[in-house]
Design a protein around this ligand. Sequence first.
Ligand code: NAP
Length: 308
Amino acid sequence: MNREKRNVIIIGSGPAGLTAAVYASRALLQPLVISGRTPGGQLMITSDVENYPGFPEGILGPDLMVKMREQATRFGTDFVDDDVSAVDFSARPFRIMVREEEYLSRAVIVATGASALWLNLESERKFMGKGVSGCATCDGAFFKNVHVAVAGGGDSAMEEALFLTRYASHVTIIHRRDKLRASPFMQKKAFDNEKISFIWNSEVMEVTGEKTVNGLVLKDVSTGKSENLAIGGLFVAIGHRPNTDIFRGQLPLDEKGYIRIHDGSKTDVEGVFASGDVHDHRYRQAITAAGMGCVSALDVQKFLEENS
Ligand code: NAP
């Protein structure tokens, strides 16, 4: 057991967790970040980030995360690059288990983010960042005058497709059924947009290309027939899943599994705060996650002052 009681442990190392670490370490709280076995969060799988203020030329997602980590380290943040296996928030100090090791902390910031759902194709993984993306706001501008496809039939897919029409020559939405899941309003916007067309009852079986994507192999699920579609990019928008499995029974979650917060970044457990995509399924941007990470660190400072 790791007997040292920390002021604050931050679980997660995306923009929310690392911004919280920068603020908490500058407040001399000597935070410990338990960063996960694949540190850095979703930005580690994006390419250029062009909408994070302060980088007029853009910055690679992984480079941005390395810089955030360096900044947090500079002020005295410690890191454990492993996954949390269990937590006990039923009493203070809170207990956080990493394999056999147990960490104690007076306050906790949960910033474990969310994971985009993917089609689980080997070719999809191969072209990640080379024509396959999970974020139109992040990567749409790289597809100027290119015909792109969006996989999915929910609000996210409609939103991605509508955003992509700003850049792409055409957007084809590929949906596995003949009815959309998206809200009527979003459906209408997509149907009314002349740059958007639909391929129904179809699944993406393979992403093709050489260095970058040049097409898709689709299967019509009603006839079983395959067809090729020439496109230059695929945006997968089939939903996200919050990384909250280890908090079930410990923190109140909403019906989709996101952590409920109130009054800044407070969860219903006093002393436990949450920031970033683990509670936010609406904005999901690096900058909004970073902003919330800052809020959490300031909330922790206040909590520790009032509970010293
Ligand atoms: P969602 O509503 O769960 O929709 C996911 C879509 O992806 C569904 O159409 C689903 O098909 C399809 N899908 C799932 N797994 C698939 C697979 N393996 N292969 C192919 N297709 C697959 O997720 P979402 O669109 O991300 O929305 C999540 C929530 O956020 C919703 O409540 C939504 O209203 C909200 N949201 C709102 C807005 C907005 O209002 N502007 C924007 C984004 C999100 P089926 O339909 O066949 O299940």
